[in-house]
Design a protein around this ligand. Structure first.
Ligand code: AMP
Length: 245
């Protein structure tokens, strides 16, 4: 495994692989890697000849500067963790990805104005900017994305269609902690108590799946009341939506 910091160096490696007719699998991440990321990487390893993992905390997708500042960063540890499964780790500095302010524009219509789009304005445009640039650099045959970030997956699928890119997007199942909480880099910021409380989200969502014979509005009310019952959490939203649109 080799850690690459520049686009130029990456391009040389990708050109080599393409010349040899190798199939490239790509896993974009923001680092602080855990078993959730590893499941994507292992799948990429099984389905491709070359595996590229990018580690880049993308400032353009953060609408909250405090979140950007406190986002966990651990490149050395991350590289050691994924070493057995990856050929190239692409870990550029911000200046390498954005020598100038990005000017790409995307219009994802309602897909970017609801749920995470509503609560994190500009987030998905920032995701599309970085992922489209990474796709152009890595030229993957397959790219792996977790269903944990389901709306992001829908955005990426739409982006690939809009830009007529030939990459195949592979959705990957959610990996969870034993208590049901979805694994996430930001979980490192939870206290032990917060970590336990947070499992209420998954438990409630699982219960809600069993409520098949009541109206959507009633399911919504049930979920919100259940999660807010101990006054530890305040629900921003709970939605039931079409998976593609
Ligand atoms: P991130 O580093 O948070 O940008 O995540 C990089 C990729 O890993 C995204 O496609 C995520 O959806 C995916 N991912 C993160 N956590 C999990 C998880 N617990 N299960 C499955 N995929 C995940």
């Amino acid at each position: 495994m080799q850690v690459i910091k520049t686009k130029k160096e990456l391009q040389i490696k990708i050109n080599e692989a393409k010349l040899e007719g190798k199939k490239i699998g790509f896993v974009p991440t923001m680092g602080a890697l855990h078993q959730g990321h590893l499941s994507l990487i292992k799948r990429a390893r099984n389905e491709n000849d070359i595996v590229v993992c990018s580690i880049f905390v993308n400032p353009v997708q953060f609408n909250n500067q405090e979140d950007l500042k406190t986002y966990p960063r651990s490149l050395e540890q991350d590289a050691a963790f994924i070493k057995p499964y990856v050929d190239y780790v692409f870990a550029p500095e911000v200046e390498e990805m954005y020598p100038e302010k990005p000017t790409e524009t995307f219009d994802f219509e309602t897909l970017e104005t609801v749920m995470e789009g509503q609560y994190r304005p500009g987030h998905f445009k920032g995701v599309a900017v970085v992922v489209s640039r990474l796709f152009t650099m890595v030229q993957p045959n397959n790219a792996y994305f977790g269903e944990k970030d389901f709306q992001q997956l829908a955005i990426i699928q739409k982006m690939v269609k809009m830009l007529k890119m030939s990459v195949n997007i592979v959705p990957c199942e959610i990996i969870r902690e034993q208590n049901g909480l979805a694994m996430s880099s930001r979980n490192r910021r939870l206290s032990a108590k917060g970590f336990e409380y947070a499992s209420l989200i998954y438990k409630t969502l699982s219960k809600s799946k069993m409520l098949k014979h009541i109206k959507i509005e009633e399911v919504k009310q049930f979920v919100i009341q259940e999660i807010e019952k101990d006054s530890i959490f305040e629900v921003e939203y709970f939605e039931m939506v079409d998976a593609e649109t």
